[in-house]
Design a protein around this ligand. Structure first.
Ligand code: GDP
Ligand code: IMO
Ligand code: MG
Length: 433
């Protein structure tokens, strides 16, 4: 049994990480989010009640699991405050088990304003949560960190400089008025800071010295990683395993004994713009969207849908070094006569087996499929491997063989209890006893 588990999205986000982390985090002492921000929407369904987490680690729903928002995240304090109120209204007490890094960068109203302006020119289809501009400011050394709020004068000065800078960009480059008052931002954020400052600490040190078991919860997915993904149609952080060190502030050797698991849907979705070789634009795509309820958890946008893409998943396996795979939403394929799996691409008569880096090549990729018989029966809530229809087992085995990584869990519905384990040996490795 290992004491560190990393759960990552293997596709374009929304793979069902929230569902999986909810199931697993109850057995962990600590749950860490370490990159992204309120662009994430991780859904948990318990007794028919849906909760969507944006900043908070999903384990916040389990009273014995402590939670960390680590240094690599960009945090919208207003959004976080609302999330905390929601959690409280569910009767969940987080006092004493939630920790926020003093190094997180703040997402401020002017970042959201810039996100919207940038989207007007050269659209990426972002969540408009200010994520790209917040990371731009961080790496451009104009960011404001939570630690800066310890000194109100310093905070005010930094906000003033940034507001002037954004006003210039907005009015001189985009010709759009930007009205905001520094005082209002300072007052509002200082008052939120006062309410959460007891949770603020050096989380890298906390994690490094932590004696219990730790679950690291990735946001977004490998194909949205700023380096490994379909650049520039990506998010602005390393949302694959590449983000673990800078996101947590811990050295590579800390993760040497971690178990890394990728989450994929039994098909594929993408929300926002950018290449998606297996996208189904007609009736089949609409059917997947309807059956899978494929509308963004954060923005409500309809998700683009298509068949599972093993070329992209192989790239994710290589990038992250997955020890195992979890397949979610198997039930969404229950009614299909045939189920397809993309095994390679064709680009102008050539067979391509590795995920291309070039956007123009990607845009010309046509999927080459293997076809499987559908199982045409409900898999909802099946809890043991023997009860899975043979066609579904053949589909899962093919994915395992192709990727060279075992499938350890299958999710068969949105609710907490709708899943099954496939390999008991791995299950005991994955969950601390
Ligand atoms: P995340 O961002 O990776 O946590 O995924 P989201 O929560 O954004 O999107 C996944 C959606 O699928 C949510 O609405 C979940 O409730 C739902 N979901 C998760 N697992 C399953 C499953 O196995 N079957 C079905 N039908 N829905 C699922
Ligand atoms: P979770 O954690 C799906 C997508 C956006 C857009 C691109 C850049 O719930 O899986 P951004 O706002 O980050 O600058 O947008 O990334 N995106 C996500 N897609 N799930 C997410 O998070 C996403 N977070 C960002 O749609 O295409
Ligand atoms: Mg999501």
């Amino acid at each position: 049994m290992r004491k560190k588990l990393v759960i990552l999205g293997a596709q374009w986000g929304d793979e069902g990480k929230g569902k999986v982390v909810d199931v697993l985090s109850e057995s962990f002492d600590l749950n860490v989010r370490y990159q992204g921000g309120a662009n994430a929407g991780h859904t948990v369904v318990v007794e028919g009640h849906k909760t969507i987490l944006h900043h908070l680690p999903t384990g916040i729903l389990h009273k014995n699991t402590s939670c960390v928002i680590a240094q690599g995240m960009v945090v919208d304090l207003k959004g976080l405050k609302e999330e905390l109120s929601k959690i409280k209204s569910l009767g969940i007490d987080y006092e004493g088990r939630l920790y926020l890094s003093d190094k997180v960068h703040l997402v401020l109203p002017y970042h959201k304003h810039l996100d919207a302006l940038f989207e007007k020119k050269g659209k990426i289809g972002t969540t408009l949560r200010g994520i790209g501009p917040a990371y731009m400011f961080k790496y451009g050394r104009r960011g404001i960190r939570l630690a800066d709020l310890q000194d109100q004068d310093r905070f005010e000065e930094l906000v003033r400089q940034n507001v002037e800078f954004v006003k210039d960009i907005s009015e001189k480059v985009f010709g759009e008025k930007f009205e905001t008052t520094v005082d209002q931002i300072v007052q509002e954020y200082m008052s939120i800071y006062d309410r959460i400052k007891d949770f603020v600490t050096d989380t890298a040190q906390l994690i490094a010295n932590f004696k219990g078991s730790i679950l690291f919860e990735g946001a977004q997915g490998t194909m949205l990683d700023v380096d490994a993904g379909t650049y520039p149609y990506v998010t602005s952080s390393n949302s694959s395993a590449l983000g673990l060190c800078n996101g947590t502030g811990l050295p590579p050797k800390f993760f040497a004994d971690a178990y890394t698991v990728g989450v994929t849907k039994a098909y594929a979705t993408r929300v926002g713009d950018g290449p998606f070789p297996t996208e189904l634009k007609g009736k089949e795509g609409d059917l997947l969207r309807d059956l899978g309820g494929e509308y963004g958890s954060t923005t409500g946008r309809p998700r683009r849908c298509g068949w599972i893409d093993l070329v992209a998943l192989k790239h994710a396996v290589e990038t992250n070094g997955f020890d195992a795979i979890i397949i979610t939403k198997l039930d969404v394929l229950d009614s299909f006569d045939k189920v397809k799996v993309c095994v390679a691409y064709e680009v102008e008569g050539e067979r391509v087996e590795r995920f291309p880096s070039s956007l123009s090549t990607l845009e010309r990729c046509k999927p080459i499929y293997e076809e499987f018989e559908g199982w045409k029966t409900s898999t909802r809530g099946i809890s043991s491997e023997e009860d899975l229809p043979s066609q579904a087992r053949a589909f899962i085995s093919f994915i395992e063989d192709f990727l060279g990584v075992p499938v350890v869990m299958v999710s068969t519905g949105p609710s907490r209890e709708e899943f099954l384990w496939l390999k008991n040996r791995i299950r005991t490795e994955l969950i601390p006893s």
